[in-house]
Design a protein around this ligand. Structure first.
Ligand code: FPP
Length: 238
C-alpha cells in the first residue's frame, strides 16, 4: 500500500537521531561532518513527515548529557542549531508548521534561546504539523521539574493533593498539549531510550534500525511506518 496523508495512522513520531559520529568516522571525516549531514537529514525527514500526514514530529537534537561532549563538538552542534534556527523559517511558515522546543533553555546561549522563543511565537498559530525539537533535553530532569511545579501548586493551595492525576501531571511536562508518541525510532543499531520522553512513551511502539542517522531517508521512514501500521496496539487490554 502506498502511504498517503489519507491512510496515515501515525499521529506522533519521535526520533532518536543517532550515529552521526560513526557515519563520519567510517568515512575518515571529522565527527562534525556527520552532524552537518545529520542536520540536512533533519530537513528531509521533516518535509517527509509533513507529506505523510504526521501531525507531531519530535526530534532529539541535543540531550542534557550531550553537554559532557568535548567543547569542540558542543560548539559544532550549537553552530548547526544556530544555522538551522536562522535558515528554515520561510519553508516552515509556508508549510504551516508549528515549532516548539522542549528542554532546559537556561543552559543554552542567550541568542539561541531568544531565537527559539521568537520562532515559537511566530509559528504558534500554524495548524499543520508540530515540529518539536528536544534541545538540552533530559526526561528525568523534565519529570523532576514537573514534580516541583505540581508540589508548588499544592503548597500554594491552588490545587489539592487529590487533584493530582495522570492528566494534571502530563500538563506539567514540557510536552503539555501534545499527544504521546505513537512510535519511537532510534537509528544506528543502539537499543536504548537515553533519557528521552520516559513518561510520554508509556504505550509507544519502538523501532530500532541499524541505519546511521545521516543515511536515513524518506523511503526508510515509509518502510518503518508500514511496519508500525501492521502492529496491533492493545494498551494493556486483552
Ligand atoms: C547522535 O549522533 C546525534 C546527536 C548527538 C545530535 C543530533 C543532531 C543532529 C542530527 C544535527 C543537528 C540538529 C538540528 C535540529 C539542526 P552521535 O554523535 O551520538 O553519533 P555516534 O553515536 O555515532 O557517535
Amino acid at each position: 500500500m502506498v502511504l498517503t496523508k489519507e491512510n496515515n495512522k501515525l499521529q506522533h513520531l519521535a526520533i532518536i537521531m543517532d550515529g552521526n559520529g560513526r557515519w563520519a568516522t567510517k568515512r575518515g571525516l571529522p565527527r562534525s561532518m556527520g552532524h552537518r549531514k545529520g542536520a540536512e537529514v533533519v530537513k528531509e525527514i521533516t518535509r517527509a513527515a509533513g507529506e505523510l500526514g504526521i501531525k507531531y514530529l519530535t526530534l532529539y537534537a541535543f540531550s542534557t548529557e550531550n553537554w559532557n561532549r568535548s567543547e569542540d563538538e558542543v560548539k559544532t552542534l550549537m553552530g548547526l542549531l544556530r544555522d538551522y534556527l536562522h535558515s528554515d523559517l520561510k519553508e516552515i511558515q509556508e508549510n504551516n508548521v508549528r515549532i516548539r522546543f522542549i528542554g532546559e533553555r537556561d543552559m543554552l546561549d542567550a541568542d539561541i534561546s531568544k531565537k527559539m522563543a521568537e520562532i515559537e511565537a511566530e509559528t504558534l498559530r500554524n495548524e499543520g504539523m508540530t515540529l518539536c525539537i528536544a534541545l538540552s533535553y533530559g526526561s528525568r530532569q523534565e519529570i523532576v521539574s514537573a514534580v516541583k511545579k505540581t508540589a508548588a501548586l499544592v503548597k500554594e493551595g491552588d490545587i489539592s493533593l487529590n487533584d493530582v492525576d495522570v492528566k494534571l501531571f502530563s500538563d506539567m511536562l514540557y510536552t503539555k498539549g501534545m499527544p504521546d508518541p505513537d512510535l519511537v525510532i532510534r537509528t544506528s543499531g543502539e537499543q536504548r531510550i537515553s533519557n528521552y520522553l520516559l513518561w510520554q512513551v508509556a504505550y509507544a511502539e519502538f523501532f530500532f534500525t541499524d541505519v546511521l542517522w545521516p543515511d536515513f531517508n524518506k523511503k526508510i521512514l515509509e518502510d518503518i511506518i508500514k511496519d508500525f501500521n501492521a502492529r496491533e496496539r492493545r494498551y494493556g487490554k486483552a
